[in-house]
Write a protein that binds this ligand. Structure first.
Ligand SMILES: [Zn+2]
Length: 127
């Protein structure tokens, strides 16, 4: 079995991020804002649901559901200001697909499966 190595590409300069050069990251502030928007969306849409009934959402309500927060990859030198107050994982810790799967001993801490899968969408497999 061949292990496929991952290649992180900077969202800023669109070049490869080498070991110790950057990180995969997500903004704590953006996550808090998105969670608040979801709570607001639920409160608004569920207020119209009759007691004891399953919520039914209109097309417009579904379209208005707050967008998920994007993970980003940046070189340390290309990262925006909010990078320092973000949750980030150094690129050198994410070199294989196995690094993005649950159960691997990594520095991800509380990060769950969904976060890792979202992260996988931000890193391209090396060819
Ligand atoms: Zn860059």
């Amino acid at each position: 079995m061949t292990i496929s190595e991952l290649k992180a590409v900077c969202d800023g300069c669109k070049t490869v991020v080498g070991a110790d050069e950057g990180a995969l990251w997500i903004s704590h502030q953006a996550v808090k804002e998105q969670e608040a928007a979801v709570r607001s969306w639920k409160a608004h849409t569920e207020a119209k649901t009759l007691s004891g009934h399953v919520p039914v959402h209109s097309y417009q309500e579904v379209m208005d559901y707050p967008d998920a927060v994007r993970w980003a990859v940046h070189h340390n030198t290309c990262a925006p200001a909010c990078f320092d107050s973000s949750y980030h994982v150094p690129v050198q810790q994410l070199r294989t697909w196995a690094d993005l799967t649950p159960g691997q001993p990594t520095s991800w801490g509380r990060a769950g499966c969904r976060q890792r899968l979202a992260a996988a969408s931000r890193i391209r497999g090396a060819r």
